[in-house]
Design a protein around this ligand. Structure first.
Ligand code: TYD
Length: 202
């Protein structure tokens, strides 16, 4: 089973990924956790180029291709081998981030971004995607971080959120929106319930 997590910046994604990891360990379910961009040695090098705030001249298409390149590396080196071994794979961000950030917020459009991501779209789509549904205005994080994406304008991040919302409607139920509670354990339980209902975890 291939599970991905999505959401805007500062919505508590990392916290929830850690809580899911704990739950899977406690219940003896073998899983691997990875993140995008990165998750492989080559991917982490690509990540540095993408997120370096000094790279202000990066073209939007370059950005989209770099995210896709990191993704293809992760798919071939980590995700597909683990799925073949019957492991649960949980990825922090995946294709839907490219749709929200590059297609909608950058304005490249869904068709172009899907073309750029042909190998990810064709070979390896998640079984279920958890979208932590919090808008930038409601974000748990008060101050923006210092990487190239986090330094984007509020307007950009609002478009990311709208992009995710649009994507949910076209995902045939694959993306499940969960409104995070202030109590992280309540959110954790909502996520586990959805993943169990979908048969993605026990
Ligand atoms: P990261 O520090 O991992 O962000 P977060 O902790 O919020 O997940 O940085 C990844 C950044 O890259 C984040 O701003 C989202 C962005 N991103 C894209 O724009 N497109 C993509 O395809 C992916 C995977 C991430």
């Amino acid at each position: 089973m291939f599970i991905t997590f999505e959401g805007c910046e500062g919505v508590g994604k990392s916290t929830q990924l850690n809580l899911l990891k704990e739950y899977l360990e406690e219940t003896g379910q073998e899983a691997i956790f990875c993140r995008e961009p990165g998750g492989t040695s080559i991917g982490e090098q690509i990540r540095k180029v993408i997120l370096n705030p000094e790279n202000t001249e990066m073209a939007d298409v370059t950005e989209s291709i770099l995210y896709a390149a990191s993704r293809v590396q992760l798919i071939s080196q980590v995700i597909l081998p683990a799925l073949k071994e019957g492991k649960i794979v949980v990825c922090d961000r995946y294709l839907d981030s490219s749709i929200a950030y590059q297609a909608y917020a950058r304005g490249l459009g869904v068709d172009l971004v899907k073309k750029i991501n042909y190998f990810a779209v064709e070979n390896c789509m998640p079984d279920v995607t958890i979208f932590l549904d919090r808008s930038p205005a409601e974000s748990f994080r008060a101050t923006p971080g210092d990487d190239r994406m986090e330094q984007e304008t509020r307007e950009f991040h609002n478009k990311v959120y709208e992009g995710y919302k649009a994507e949910i409607g076209t995902s045939n139920g694959r993306i499940v929106a969960i409104k995070p509670d202030f109590d992280r354990n309540i959110t954790k339980q909502m996520i586990i319930d959805v993943l169990r209902e979908r048969g993605a975890i026990k």
